[in-house]
Design a protein around this ligand. Structure first.
Ligand SMILES: *[C@@H]1O[C@H](CO)[C@@H](O)[C@H](O)[C@H]1NC(C)=O
Length: 206
């Protein structure tokens, strides 16, 4: 009898562990019904979350600029045209979340930053996405990685992103090292969404 009970307990606890690792198969609420890259949460603390992402495929464009806002709107437009059919198959592709922008600060000769704006390619197209017609649009693969993530709400300005990044940096100690030469901003909402907007800064763990 005791053995049966302990087996049942073991099954229950195994089941609880498993469900903690697979809950993201149901997309998180902040994806708001759009397809978004899968991750598992390794740990959540006060100031940040640690996630494990699988490899993911994106359609991207690169812009050198002094301004986050102008780079992101220019990038968004190119990528939006791609998913609206500006591609070799004239195929429409569903909008996904987030719009992820890799920022390499101050890389250019006049201290411009290097922005790579990306849309996540839905699973349906990831094996064989239609080739972009715009030569400034290309595919990228983000390898499997761990990320430190700081979330915040509202309409994010360049200053908000920088502030969130600074807070994330302060929250991480020497045990949580990351590549400090770049970061990602991830915006989950269209400009027309007013409430419950969700933004994230990602640092890629070493
Ligand atoms: C932007 O950064 C990427 C990745 O490091 C690099 O391949 C690319 O050449 C950079 N662009 C410019 C214009 O420096």
């Amino acid at each position: 009898m005791a053995r049966v009970i302990s087996t049942v307990l073991l099954l229950i606890s195994t089941h609880m562990c498993l469900s903690a690792h697979v809950f993201t198969q149901d997309a998180p609420k902040f994806c708001k019904g759009l397809e978004c890259p899968e991750f598992t949460t390794i740990q959540s603390s006060e100031g940040y979350e640690e996630r494990q992402y699988s490899e993911s495929k994106w359609v991207s464009t690169e812009i050198m600029s002094m301004s986050y806002d102008s780079a992101s709107s220019q990038g968004f437009e190119r990528l939006f045209n791609y998913i609206e059919g500006n591609n070799e198959q004239k195929q429409k592709i569903a909008m996904t979340a987030p719009v992820a922008t890799r920022v390499i600060p101050g890389q250019g000769p006049a201290c411009e930053s290097n922005f790579t704006v990306s849309f996540f390619i839905p699973a349906e197209h990831s094996a064989n996405p239609p080739a972009p017609s715009d030569s400034d649009v290309f595919f990228t693969t983000i390898p499997a990685h761990r990320a430190y993530v700081k979330s915040f709400g509202g309409f994010a300005s360049q200053d908000d992103w920088i502030q969130a990044g600074a807070e994330l940096g302060r929250a991480l100690d020497a045990l949580h090292s990351y590549d400090s030469s770049y970061y990602y901003t991830a915006g989950y909402d269209s400009p027309f969404t007013i409430f419950s907007r969700h933004n994230e800064v990602w640092f890629i763990a070493n």
